[in-house]
Design a protein around this ligand. Structure first.
Ligand code: BDR
Ligand code: CA
Length: 331
């Protein structure tokens, strides 16, 4: 089992929470730092959520604030999926804690950690890639020192925030374009696979087994399931858990099929703004740089990895929820 030292840059976010919980439960992943970026909700909310998640999971890693805004794009936050807080619950909230964010900006933290451990650090991007683009712009010399970037974002075809674009890329396409052009070994988990990474409602209900007390993780994921348009339309038997996919791949790469493909981002205003696209012709320019793109997923294997990890995390958090509180949520 190979060991991964990861920086998780995220915008929690319900599926970000599930991804962090999966990473926290895995012996093959060491979370070096969590960076919260503007994305599903304003930065103040995603930082607060990241701190609450880190405290609830007893994570022994710093939490940093990243970018407050995308490079150029301004948009309305997707409250229909993540609520006003970015991590709304249909019941219990995460336990109170007294943690605070570190002083150093997330982009500077990426540079510092990559330079301190050349070839060792994997960056897991689960939100808009603003911080990673900033780090690569402030210090382009880190590009060959990053072990790998694995990100949730984009699609080879079809979108969720628009008919063509996936949210994380659409939210900051200029950042994504910078990251994809940086020459770092990169693996993309787009909607082509993450839309198939659903947990059934029964699998989600199993997070309540053996937990008689308030169960914040199950309640938070229930809110997410209730907001899923695919579930409401009867297209999938449960909500897609997008963000755990890159983490699942680090733990069990055999759950995914990947192809080497050239991937570009459309930054031009219009119907295709924020889309990723690829040339899949057999006779395409062979000299064009490629990244690894996940194109297949073993859904049952994925659920078999994620569901027990979430169950463990749910139990751990539920036990803490009973403890007396010292301070209000938010650090
Ligand atoms: C991505 O967008 C966000 O809403 C989710 O957290 C995920 O990272 C899915 O398109
Ligand atoms: Ca996310």
């Amino acid at each position: 089992m190979s060991q991964h030292r990861v920086i998780i840059d995220c915008d929690p976010g319900h599926d970000d929470f599930a991804a962090i919980a999966l990473a926290a439960q895995s012996k093959s992943i060491q979370i070096e730092a969590i960076i919260a970026v503007n994305g599903n909700a304003p930065l103040s909310h995603t930082v607060r959520n990241a701190l609450s998640i880190a405290a609830a999971l007893d994570l022994d890693c710093p939490v940093h604030a990243g970018a407050e805004l995308p490079f150029l794009h301004r948009y309305a936050y997707p409250t229909e999926f993540h609520g006003e807080t970015g991590l709304d619950s249909s019941g219990a909230m995460l336990p109170n804690h007294d943690r605070g964010a570190e002083q150093r900006h997330g982009a500077l933290e990426i540079i510092q950690r990559v330079r301190a451990a050349p070839g060792e650090i994997t960056i897991v991007a689960l939100g808009p890639m603003t911080d990673i683009a900033l780090a690569l712009t402030l210090d382009p010399g880190i590009a060959p020192l990053v072990r790998e970037i694995v990100f949730m974002g984009g699609a080879l075809s079809g979108g969720n925030v628009t008919s063509q674009a996936e949210f994380n890329i659409w939210a900051d396409p200029h950042a994504a374009a910078i990251v994809l052009a940086a020459g770092v070994r990169t693996t993309m988990f787009g909607l082509d696979v993450t839309n198939r990474a659903w947990l059934t409602m029964d699998e989600l209900a199993s997070l309540r087994e053996g937990v008689d007390t308030p169960n914040p993780l199950a309640d938070i994921l229930q809110f997410y399931a209730e907001g899923s348009g695919d579930v409401r339309a009867g297209r999938t038997p449960g909500p897609a858990l997008h963000d755990p996919c890159p983490i699942a791949w680090l733990i069990q790469p055999e759950l995914f099929e990947v192809e080497a493909l050239p991937v570009s981002v459309c930054c031009t205003t219009g119907d295709h703004f924020g889309t990723t696209y690829s040339d899949r012709r057999a006779w395409r320019d062979e000299a064009a740089p490629t990244i690894s793109v996940a194109t297949g997923i073993d859904r049952d294997g994925f659920a078999g990895l994620l569901t027990p990890a979430l169950h463990m995390a749910a139990k751990q958090i539920a036990e803490k929820t009973q403890l007396p509180c010292t301070q209000s949520n938010g650090g």
